[in-house]
Write a protein that binds this ligand. Structure first.
Ligand SMILES: Cc1cc2nc3c(=O)[nH]c(=O)nc-3n(C[C@H](O)[C@H](O)[C@H](O)COP(=O)(O)OP(=O)(O)OC[C@H]3O[C@@H](n4cnc5c(N)ncnc54)[C@H](O)[C@@H]3O)c2cc1C
Length: 413
């Protein structure tokens, strides 16, 4: 690296990665910092959790992605703060100075201050969470196979997913199929008629943001896959054995999967900046911090409204903001005016298991098999690395034709 202008990027997720890629071949030096050494394709985490694919198929080493980028350096360390006056990032490995800083630290799980859920429910945010869920679900079946008491067995075989957004819907659908199409054959002596997969959602509909017809389709598809959908249902407490709902109803279960909320990464709370809406930091339309114009915040960590609504915490928003942040940094260096960020919404889609999905793109509503095929293609293309794409495709095809999920391993005692 030999340029005089140093751009530091915090986070090798969707936003940070794209920013660094957009700065390839430009006359700046780029340092990308992340506490882990891989980029994670979070949209397929639920498939790791439900034994469909292996963790390494959705994670890719950062250094491998940037092997050919000459103005690039990677630093694996945790960022603990930023000294904006000294233009310095404070990390576990020491200080890193910058001319321009892009903060793309993403989000973390939000339990909304509920200590019982935080302690006992299983989140789905990182590779280790997904492996924990897979181990836990498979272990429940091993325990149930040895449990003589019918009531205890029922609790072991009751799975509660909380949160009717895409992650909750996809997880509940995939879990029900794992049990009824795959595990059924692994446990021939276990009576699976007592298995319950419940999806609890506090609002009156699943998949907020989709048109009501698609929201209703999602409920129908899930019900057809034996998922019990409960709308207007709020979880109050979970002690590890019993879920208590707001109306006092209690459900015996050893498994609560939590995908009901996210908030900006904890780093955002350490920067002394004003946080709004789930801890996200308000940015100008150019994605700069109003008080520090050489600092950009993008992706899940940033709060920006478009048409009087906050931009969603989604991968395409982070990717497009990464492109805009890189473009604005280069424009600023050239002393040209910066451009505001405009989100190009290509649509949203959620799969509900084999042959079933809902999608809404450019005003067109898809459902069922066509939506599912579109979902498969979009997610396959989104993965990094030809090898990963090929392996995931083979896994999906194998599962589709032979009802056999690849990774039914309990890897932790
Ligand atoms: C289970 C799940 C399913 C999802 N499904 C979809 C989907 O289907 N479609 C969709 O569009 N979006 C989906 N999302 C949301 C999408 O993944 C996010 O919107 C996107 O990842 C945001 O990109 P980002 O760059 O802001 O942050 P991220 O991609 O989360 O990257 C943040 C990076 O910052 C690093 N980091 C954080 N703090 C520090 C620190 N202090 N020091 C060093 N490094 C740090 C992290 O390690 C991480 O690599 C899903 C999210 C989850 C969790």
């Amino acid at each position: 690296m030999k340029n005089t202008i140093h751009v530091v990027i915090i986070g090798a997720g969707f936003g940070g990665l794209r920013t660094a890629q957009k700065l390839a071949g430009k006359s700046v030096d780029v340092t990308l910092i992340d506490k882990r050494n891989y980029h994670l394709f979070q949209p397929l985490l639920y498939q790791v959790a439900t034994a469909g694919i292996s963790p390494h198929e959705i994670a890719y080493p950062v250094r491998a992605i940037f092997q050919k980028q000459k103005n690039f350096e990677f630093l694996m360390t945790r960022v603990n703060g930023v000294d904006f006056e000294r233009r310095t990032v404070l990390t576990d490995q020491g200080d890193v100075t910058y001319d321009y800083l892009v903060i793309a630290a993403g989000a973390s799980v939000n339990f909304f201050g509920n200590a019982s859920l935080e302690q006992n429910a299983l989140p789905l945010k990182d590779v280790s969470d997904a492996v924990d869920v897979r181990n836990h679900v498979l272990r429940m079946f091993e325990l149930a196979a040895q449990e003589p008491d019918a009531r205890q067995r029922q609790a072991l075989l009751t799975f509660v997913a909380v949160g009717g957004g895409p992650t909750g819907v996809e997880t509940a659908g995939a879990l029900s199929e794992l049990i009824r199409l795959v595990l059924r054959r692994d446990y021939p002596r276990l009576d699976l008629s007592s298995v319950r997969v419940l999806l609890l959602e506090a609002a009156g509909a699943l998949l907020a943001g989709l048109p009501p017809t698609l929201q209703r389709s999602a409920v129908q598809e899930l019900s057809a896959k034996h998922v019990e959908v409960h709308l207007n249902t709020k979880v109050k407490d979970y002690d590890g054995k019993v879920v208590t709902l707001d109306d006092g109803t209690q459900i015996d279960t050893q498994t609560v999967l939590w995908s009901a909320g996210v908030q900006a990464a904890s780093l955002m709370g350490k920067l002394g900046l004003e946080q709004v809406n789930s801890g996200r930091v308000k940015v100008l339309p150019s994605l700069q911090l109003p008080e520090h114009p050489t600092v950009y915040v993008i992706g899940d960590a940033a709060y920006l409204e478009e048409h009087a609504k906050p931009l969603p915490m989604l991968a395409p928003v982070a990717v497009q903001q990464g492109e805009r942040a890189a473009g604005n940094i280069l424009a600023d260096i050239r002393k040209e005016p910066l451009k505001p960020f405009n989100y190009m919404n290509l649509g949203t889609m959620t799969t509900i298991g084999r042959n079933a999905a809902v999608a809404h793109s450019f005003g067109i509503k898809f459902r069922g098999f066509p939506a599912w095929v579109v979902w498969l293609v979009v997610h396959l293309v989104g993965l990094i690395g030809f090898r990963n794409r090929l392996i995931v495709l083979i896994n999906w095809a194998w599962d589709y034709f032979f009802y056999d999920r690849a990774v039914r391993l309990i890897t932790r005692e």
